[in-house]
Design a protein around this ligand. Structure first.
Ligand code: SF4
Ligand code: SF4
Length: 134
């Protein structure tokens, strides 16, 4: 995995973008960890939802290089249980959007193997295109 350091101004800009796109105030998070404990996909994430917020708030590196926001399915399990009413699913969505803007589409249909395309239900492909492409 490539680790990309973000300079102070760049980190502030990323935080500002995430807050604008998600409509969430990340300073409200007090790092209780309930979101991570509630997430059914935490085991498949390389950074838990609480840690994503911590990295964004304190300008820690490589948030956009993580896979967590692609793994998040927006089930709202964390949102339901957050004592600060922070909508983490929207934060994950904002990170996907920024990542696509900076790095290009996450899903490139032309690169999918023909066997996978034959097996995939069309609705799954359409849903994935909506979520993972610009
Ligand atoms: S549950 Fe809410 S307050 Fe607790 S760590 Fe997650 S986002 Fe922060
Ligand atoms: S919305 Fe995403 S981060 Fe929150 S519990 Fe569901 S999969 Fe996990």
């Amino acid at each position: 995995m490539t680790i990309t350091m973000r300079a102070g101004g760049e980190a502030d800009e990323l935080l500002r973008k995430v807050e604008t796109l998600s409509g969430q105030n990340l300073a409200g998070c007090y790092q209780c960890g309930t979101c991570a404990a509630s997430c059914p996909l935490r085991g498949s994430m390389d950074l838990g939802p609480d840690a994503i917020i911590r990295h964004l708030r304190f300008g820690l590196p490589d948030v956009l290089d993580r896979q967590s926001f692609w793994v998040c399915v927006g089930c709202d399990g964390c949102v339901e249980r957050c004592p600060r009413d922070i909508d983490i699913a929207r934060i994950m969505g904002a990170l996907r959007q920024i990542s696509i803007q900076e790095n290009g589409d996450h899903l490139v249909v032309a690169q999918l193997p023909a066997a996978a395309l034959r097996k995939l239900p069309p609705i799954a492909l359409v849903a994935s295109m909506r979520r993972n492409t610009g």
